[in-house]
Design a protein around this ligand. Structure first.
Ligand SMILES: [Zn+2]
Length: 334
């Protein structure tokens, strides 16, 4: 079978470039439910090389959704069996498998990737791979699910907020020591992995895996924008919500990577505080922000000119979507 024939239908898509895909290397960390689908789609689509990183073995309870594994595979290495099955799907793809924890894999392997994909079900695992992706400066796609709910985040180094920037990590998770490459983190992760199993169904893993594979292909092909940059999916209501996240200047992982200028906001003295709030909400994807100047909230009905603010006023924007306030400089113009 010629390559041309195998990929002929996707090559009808405007902007498709099969050669670009064939030159790409993808690292897939976690080949469980979502990873099974991501691997299957990418291998079928004709990427160049796939590196699987997974230390787990196959259990009977995996078989309802981890579709690369069959009853006779129980007890075997997921990485090894996934590589075998994926080679059957497309023997032209170079597939390496590493039966180790991701923390034990050499940085030089991660440096090989054009895109890193993390299908990991713990916050601590996601935080670890996020810090590795930032270190090697590679795009990272994260996805997860819980029953009929799922999420996808696309992280482009120096462009989008990273996983650690986002306000959606529960406070108790953020409160844990952030030593991504330290022993302490490994121990934390092992403890978390002993928690009870999460509810999981194949429909969600196929949908979230589909989103993640699609974002990967778009990055490789240079097609369109990413999902800007956190997608939440609710399978019971068939609802997808895109939540724009803000970079955190104080982010322990990527904060130093960004040459962040002071955030300045041009304000007209004739507009009301409410007008300004609306613009801030649209700019930063906030719900109902409050503006605090010198420890006091601005009165929303009043005009800016009535507030006696200096031409450059430091203000803090507070909103329930933000883990902590954003600091901005209001540049007030006549
Ligand atoms: Zn960050």
């Amino acid at each position: 079978m010629s390559d041309e024939e195998r990929y002929s239908r996707q090559q009808l898509i405007p902007g498709w470039n099969q050669e670009k895909l064939e030159k790409s290397t993808i690292i897939l960390v976690g080949v469980g439910a979502i990873g099974s689908y991501v691997g299957t789609i990418l291998v079928s689509s004709g990427i160049g090389k796939l590196i699987l990183i997974e230390y787990d073995t196959i259990e009977i309870s995996n078989l309802n959704r981890q579709l690369l594994y069959h009853a006779k595979d129980v007890g075997k290495s997921k990485a090894e069996i996934a590589a075998k099955k994926l080679r059957l799907i497309n023997p032209d793809i170079e597939i390496d498998w590493i039966n180790k924890k991701m923390e034990e894999v050499s940085v030089t392997i991660y440096e090989e990737a054009d895109v890193i994909i993390g299908c990991l079900d713990t916050f601590i695992g996601r935080r670890w791979i996020n810090s590795m992706a930032a270190r090697v400066q590679k795009p990272l796609i994260l996805g997860g699910m819980f029953a009929f709910l799922g999420d996808v985040q696309v992280i482009i180094p120096e462009v989008t907020p990273c996983f650690e920037c986002q306000p959606l990590i529960p406070d108790e998770e953020l409160a844990q020591a952030c030593t991504p490459f330290g022993e302490e983190r490994k121990k934390d992760r092992e403890e978390i992995e002993e928690e009870p199993p999460l509810p999981a169904v194949a429909t969600l893993s196929s949908i979230i895996g589909g989103f993640m594979a699609q974002e990967t292909l778009k990055i490789l092909l240079g097609l369109g924008s990413n999902i800007e940059n956190y997608l939440f999916y609710d399978g019971l209501n068939n609802a997808t919500t895109i939540i724009p996240l803000a970079k955190s200047e104080d982010c322990p992982v990527c904060g130093e990577l960004y040459d962040l200028e002071q955030i300045e906001f041009i304000v007209s003295s004739t507009e009301t505080v409410n007008d300004l709030i609306l613009r801030l909400a649209l700019t930063y994807g906030l719900e109902k922000p409050d503006i605090m100047v010198q420890g006091r909230f601005l009165d929303t009905e009043k005009k800016i000119s009535e507030k006696n603010l200096s031409a450059k006023t430091v203000a803090f924007i507070l909103d329930k979507n933000l883990a902590k306030p954003i600091k901005v400089v209001l540049q007030i113009q006549e």
